[in-house]
Design a protein. Structure first.
Length: 387
């Protein structure tokens, strides 16, 4: 029809003669160009607009995210009553008559006679109207087909709890507050009991000892002695407190009282060198050499150089020179520079009938340089006598 109309337009534009018009078939009638062309243009424009709108909607549609099936662990965590969504069945493609180049290039059919002109116009309008939903269906089908192809993969839908609403959150908060309030009301208030740890006997004795020594440094001897006695009352085996108190007594020349105090400590433990030496000194000064020797012998294990030297002197005064030689040698092993003990060893060696060794011991005593002038003169006299 468009080709015939175009020919009619050309003839009319050139004001074709009757001979030219007579060449046309009798069934072809020249119609007014303006009314026919205006209607056809509107119909074609509407169809093009519908097709363009459908194509634009298809291209501009938001991309559909591909559903991702959860991993095996997520599927395993689904509850037993969780429904599994089945993939939607792929819609059967609608079969359309093929529109190919043959259909487009088909020759134009001559127009109907004048009696059927109006019906042909109505038929063309109906065809244009039918083309609109067909184009829309094709665009919708093109948009649905990718989604249907993507949804062919089975998707496991897990049952998720709906997010709590504001009212639900407020109700849960109120319930929690009521629960906390009830628990707080039921529980009795906490009781804080402050227990002061009692000091042990050793700690109390230490405190009295430090207090007594502080008083002694201030010259308050009587108060210091009273504090030291309290310390010994708290802990009788406190050696430092007993030594401090006995030292005050010895300095005050209260030897008998000091001996009794030290004896009480040795009665608790006789093998205490710290108490044995001052006790032996008091005994020796009071003339009790056998008692002093017994006191020192009981604490000989682990004795110091001073205690061994004093023990050797007591043995020498008791004329037990062989034992004295051993005690002197033990003292010199711990303190080899003590000239007095070299001199005492030389005296016991000379008394034991060993003059050569005695002379050597006298020489070591002189060379030590620690002798007083009186003792140095005595050693020189012995060296001259043993030539």
């Amino acid at each position: 029809m468009s080709l015939i109309n175009q020919m009619l337009k050309d003839l009319d534009a050139r004001r074709a003669a009757g001979s030219e018009r007579s060449e046309l078939p009798g069934e072809v009638r020249f119609l007014p160009a303006e009314r026919r062309s205006s209607w056809r243009l509107l119909a074609a424009g509407a169809a093009a607009l519908v097709a363009a709108t459908a194509a634009a909607l298809w291209w501009l549609r938001p991309p559909q995210p591909a559903p991702v099936a959860p991993g095996p662990q997520a599927a395993a965590r689904l509850p037993a009553d969780t429904a599994v969504a089945k993939p939607p069945a792929a819609a059967a493609p609608e079969r359309k008559p093929p529109v190919g180049p043959q259909a487009e290039s088909a020759p134009a059919i001559p127009a109907a006679p004048a009696a059927t002109e109006r019906s042909g116009t109505q038929t063309q309008s109906a065809a244009v109207s039918a083309a609109k939903p067909t184009a829309v269906k094709r665009a919708a089908k093109a948009a649905v087909e990718p989604v249907a192809a993507k949804s062919a993969t089975p998707v496991i839908v897990g049952a998720r709890p709906a997010p709590p609403t504001a009212a639900g959150k407020q109700a849960a908060t109120e319930t929690m507050r009521e629960t906390v309030a009830e628990g707080t009301a039921e529980e009795p208030p906490p009781r804080i009991e402050k227990r002061v740890r009692e000091a042990t006997a050793h700690e109390r004795a230490e405190n009295h000892l430090h207090r007594g020594l502080g008083l002694l440094n201030q010259g308050r001897v009587g108060e210091a002695m009273a504090g030291l006695r309290v310390a010994l009352h708290e802990e009788p085996g406190h050696t430092r407190a007993r030594l401090a108190l006995s030292g005050i007594l010895i300095e005050g020349r209260k030897l008998a009282e000091a001996r009794e105090l030290l004896g009480e400590g040795l009665a608790l433990d006789a093998a205490q060198p710290a108490l044995a030496l001052p006790m032996a000194r008091i005994q020796a000064e009071l003339g009790d050499l056998p008692g002093a020797e017994r006191t020192l012998a009981a604490a000989a294990a682990g004795a110091s150089a001073e205690q061994n030297g004093f023990h050797a002197g007591v043995l020498q005064r008791l004329a037990r020179h062989e034992e004295a030689i051993g005690a002197y040698r033990e003292a010199l092993r711990l303190a080899p520079g003590a000239g007095v003990w070299w001199m005492g060893l030389a005296i016991s060696l000379e008394a034991a009938g060993q003059p050569a060794q005695a002379r050597e011991a006298y020489a070591r005593a002189k060379s030590s340089g620690s002798l007083s002038p009186e003792l140095a003169g005595f050693v020189d006299a012995k060296l001259r006598a043993l030539k």
